[in-house]
Design a protein around this ligand. Structure first.
Ligand SMILES: [Fe+2]
Length: 171
């Protein structure tokens, strides 16, 4: 055994006894069952749900004119663009492959794929709920970690993976 391998073993053994199990996930982009529909031409592949922090991590994929309707975030969001081009109707910038976004609490926007690319794939970390709003900013609904879990349970049941497929993602 090499010196490097034995040092890895020592680090693993040092995990505190009260730590929750890690998540190690090979998210297969090509397995369509893992993509949970989220409206027209938009899908979400969940990677982690934190029911103690109220947050979740997912890869959002959109094609064509994929749009996520206007909503407000009451907690931060980070996003890292894996592919394509996208932005918000409320902002002039365009995110492309490699673009990192930090969205502060209070940010309100309408997500759309930029037509120059026609698709986007983005790793998002939502630190809290999305509040759906209309043009005047009136609340019309919400999405939080618990509603996402329920939607994903239902989808994974439908596609034959089983509702409990989601359990491996919950911490
Ligand atoms: Fe958003």
């Amino acid at each position: 055994m090499s010196a490097a391998a034995s040092s890895v073993q020592r680090i693993t053994a040092a995990l505190p006894p009260d730590a929750v199990p890690e998540i190690v996930l090979d998210a297969d982009f090509d397995d369509e069952r893992l993509w949970v529909p989220r409206g027209n031409d938009v899908w979400s592949m969940p990677l982690m749900f934190s029911v103690t922090q109220g947050s979740w991590v997912n890869i959002t994929r959109a094609r064509g004119e994929g749009v996520i309707s206007r909503h407000r975030h009451s907690a931060p969001v980070t996003g890292y663009t894996l592919d394509g081009a996208w932005g918000y109707l409320e902002h002039e910038w365009t995110a492309r492959k490699g673009t990192f976004i930090f969205e502060p609490p209070g940010e309100t926007h309408t997500l759309m794929v930029r037509p120059e690319a026609g698709h986007m794939t983005v790793l998002f970390h939502n630190f809290g709920p999305l509040i759906s709003v209309d043009e005047d900013g009136n609340t019309t609904g919400f999405v939080d970690v618990f509603t996402r879990i329920e939607v994903c349970r239902s989808h994974y049941e439908q596609v034959g993976l089983g509702a409990d497929y989601v359990d491996r993602l919950i911490r």
